[in-house]
Design a protein around this ligand. Structure first.
Ligand code: FES
Length: 154
């Protein structure tokens, strides 16, 4: 075999091995892609129904916002109520302001029961349903609203 023929054989040998390597890499990449489907990277949303502690942990007149929740829990002599902190205009988070709430985005003002005192918010803040968990803790259910003025009595 000539010198030139020997180089051709090595080149063919090299190209064959490179092609086989690329094929195996493609197989691994596609299997890896399929396996990654079994482990989604999205984190589930927190439940819209959650415990906020025992009634005895609250003092009458107290207002709290559970950590990482957009809700205000009021403890009154009549009972509890939970109001959404999400403005009914465009969804900004309202802030406590005096005895009520103000929306930092466009200035809507709500009283402490969530009624609109000044627009542009078109409707009052939502009142969420509350109930007891089997262990006696209070539960707020953001998926279920109640009429404004509906206290959860203890
Ligand atoms: Fe609250 Fe516009 S989003 S007033």
């Amino acid at each position: 075999m000539s010198e030139n023929g020997c180089q051709n054989l090595k080149r063919r040998d090299f190209l064959g091995k490179a092609g086989l390597g690329a094929f195996i890499a493609a197989i691994f990449a596609s299997v890896g892609g399929m396996l990654s489907l079994a482990f989604p990277r999205a984190f589930p949303e927190p439940s819209r129904r959650y415990k906020i502690g025992f009634p005895g942990e609250y003092r009458v007149g107290e207002v709290i916002t559970p950590k990482s929740r957009n809700v205000f829990i009021f403890r009154k002599a009549e009972g509890f109520y939970a109001i959404s902190a999400i403005c009914t205009h465009l969804g900004c988070i309202v802030k406590p302001d005096g005895a009520g709430f103000i929306c930092p985005c466009h200035g809507s003002i709500f009283d402490e029961r969530g009624a609109v005192k000044a627009g542009p918010a078109p409707t009052p803040l939502k009142w969420y349903a509350m109930e007891y968990a089997p262990d006696g803790q209070l539960v707020v259910d953001e998926a279920s609203s109640v009429d404004s003025g509906t206290f959860f009595t203890v």
